[in-house]
Design a protein around this ligand. Structure first.
Ligand code: 4FN
Length: 223
């Protein structure tokens, strides 16, 4: 999968170089290109923001640098994503469907947003990561890229994709590692019993119990 990220702050994406996404890039499964929108500004000072017509607080991203930046990477079939509170909130179904795309182009908003003509010029999908105020689309882009990458063939093993209880729409069961006792707290007996059937039963039941108690809303869209 090829991912182009158009941003005024390419340095904000260094976290993606670590961990699983970074490894997928190193192994060639993922190609992530960071493109600085500022490089495309035709303004003599490389300006990429301006005051909104009609007045009001704050600045807007101007359309010209974004238009040229998108055109420099766009190829037929690519999906242009603009992380924005305007979009529907990201969920596992959307993540899985995006992972089937060959080419994603992320455009990261900043300031108060972007000149509306950007949305008239391109077919743009707006996706939100939640309802709160942010300073830019960089973190949402990274969230979407991180979650989508996991579903790209070869990024993580099929087993770990399927093993996660969240892949069946439920919360994780409680997990323990060594030592078997810490500060007087013991690991549940069933987990050290060696009875794999009983372990499976316990985990499934814990997942259901937790989801019912903490995130009842998840049970409605369970696969
Ligand atoms: N945010 C709200 C209402 C109005 C504006 C905002 C807001 C960054 C460029 C967008 C925010 C949240 C989730 C992108 C928020 C997201 C953004 C996201 C985002 C700068 C303009 C802005 C009602 C949601 C509180 C700033 C609500 N997922 N504007 O945050 O990009 O993707």
């Amino acid at each position: 999968m090829k991912i182009d990220v158009l941003t005024l702050f390419p340095e904000a994406f260094t976290p993606l170089q670590t961990s699983i996404v970074g490894r997928a890039v190193d192994s060639g499964i993922l190609e992530i290109n960071l493109i600085n929108i500022r490089d495309f500004s035709k303004d003599k000072h490389k300006k990429c923001d301006d005051y909104p017509f009609g007045g009001g607080a704050g600045m807007l991203m101007t359309v010209q640098p974004v238009f040229d930046a998108v055109n420099s990477v766009y190829k037929k079939g690519a999906k242009i994503i603009f992380p924005s509170p305007v979009g529907k909130t990201l969920n596992v179904e959307k993540v899985e469907s995006l992972s089937k795309c060959e080419h994603l182009i992320f455009v990261c908003g900043h300031y108060e947003g972007i000149d509306e003509r950007f949305f008239q010029l391109f077919d743009v999908e707006q996706i939100s990561i939640g309802d709160y105020v942010l300073t830019g689309g960089e973190l949402p882009s990274m969230v979407i890229i991180d979650s989508v990458s996991r579903f790209v063939e070869g990024v993580i093993t099929k087993e770990s994709l399927e093993n996660e209880s969240f892949s069946n729409g439920l919360l994780e069961y409680p997990q323990y590692t060594r030592p078997q006792e810490f500060e007087g707290l013991k690991v549940p007996e069933v987990l050290v019993s060696g009875n794999h059937q009983e372990v499976e039963k316990w985990r499934k039941q814990q997942s259901l119990e937790r989801t019912e108690k903490l995130r009842k809303d998840l049970l409605n869209n369970k696969k």
